[in-house]
Ligand binder design. Structure first.
Ligand code: PLP
Ligand code: COI
Length: 340
């Protein structure tokens, strides 16, 4: 029985669901893992995560399809990216196959929280891992906890599909050879001041530039960026210091193979942004959120698609991607994992 939740008015917030998955790592091995109803965690005061932020996470979603199946979108890709994050942060990898099985298990246990088809809401899945034993010298933990919780969510940005405004901040997100390419909690900790400052000034997000030269577009705090040229080419920044978004890689495939568009993953200079006709943010939480305006200090860039609705190509990409996720359009092999 679906829970009594007003699905269509959900924002992007935490709602407790019945079960979460937990597995502990100790003496060089992961235990077998289990579901628990306890959403709280008790930690040592000197746990490595609390002192030195040794933590990484993932984000993916489960959808109810047009024919009432429940599917997860490309969980194997999140498993792989979390393995990359763990290695970069000196944490043990939670085996990729076990990751996918645990996602399935926790979604199955919370099936009644998977929002109905057509409600505009989805079940957000948050796997994460942290160093749990006491350390005081700067070194990695030797004990870890891997968990997955779920929460039903609506649109990440208020206003849903309405175009948002970004600003180019005076803060950097990631350094060359730093951790920008992995999903480390520390990347988000350092973005909190910048996002509060952006919100205070009326912007939805920060569009970060590369910290080495401050000339190239990177990404926002929680999503990659796509641009559309006047001749309908889909352009996305190529950089070693941005998160390799699964949504972005999926959209580039959709653009090329489903919509027959030209795609380019390349360096994008801030100086060329005024010449694009559409812009959007892409990610699991953001899905594909249109951008109408970018303010770079004294320069204001207004995209021809305007502040009222998505641009034409953005809309096509959105319809095709969400059509695949909701089972209305045939997916590429392996993109949907059915939960039964
Ligand atoms: N970039 C950042 C910094 C993110 O936090 C996210 C969210 O996961 C993304 C990009 C989008 O990645 P994905 O499409 O895999 O969710
Ligand atoms: C996601 O899209 O899953 C993310 O992790 C982004 C986060 C800012 C909510």
């Amino acid at each position: 029985m679906a829970k009594d939740i007003d699905w269509s008015s959900l924002g992007f917030g935490y709602i407790k669901t019945d079960y979460r998955y937990v597995s502990n790592y100790k003496d060089d091995r992961w235990d077998i893992g289990k579901l628990t109803e306890d959403e709280t965690i008790t930690l040592h005061e000197s746990a490595c995560v609390l002192q030195y932020a040794q933590t990484c996470f993932e984000g993916l979603k489960a959808y109810r399809t047009v024919d009432n199946r429940v599917v997860c979108f490309r969980p194997d890709m999140n498993a792989k990216r979390m393995a990359d994050s763990a290695k970069r942060l000196e944490m043990p990898v939670f085996p990729e196959e076990r990751f996918v099985n645990a996602v399935e298990k926790v979604v199955k246990a919370n099936m009644d929280y998977v929002p109905p088809f057509g409600s505009g809401a989805t079940l957000y899945i948050r796997p994460y891992m942290f160093g749990s034993n006491a350390v005081i010298g700067v070194k990695p933990a030797t004990e870890f906890q891997f968990r997955i919780f779920t929460t039903p969510v609506g649109p990440y940005f208020k206003g849903g599909a309405k175009p948002i405004s970004l600003r180019v901040p005076d803060f950097d997100r990631a350094a060359p050879k730093g951790t920008g390419h992995v999903k480390a909690g520390l990347n988000y900790a350092m973005s909190l001041h910048a996002i509060v400052d952006a919100h205070n000034q009326g912007y939805s997000e920060n569009m970060y530039l590369d910290s080495a030269t401050r000339t190239k577009v990177e990404e926002t705090g929680g999503a990659n960026i796509l641009f559309i040229t006047n001749d309908n080419t889909v352009v996305t920044p190529k950089s070693d210091t941005i998160l390799p978004s699964i949504t972005r890689r999926s959209l580039m495939h959709v653009a090329e193979k489903y919509l027959g568009l030209k795609v380019e993953e390349r360096e994008v200079f801030i100086s060329e942004v005024p010449y694009f006709k559409e812009c959007a943010l892409c990610g699991t939480a953001a899905v594909l959120s249109p951008v109408g305006r970018i303010v770079d200090h004294k320069n204001e860039i207004l995209f021809p698609s305007g502040m009222e609705k998505m641009g034409e190509i953005t809309q096509k990409l959105y319809d095709t991607l969400t059509g695949i996720q909701m089972g209305r359009i045939e997916p590429p092999y392996g993109w949907l994992r059915e939960i039964r």
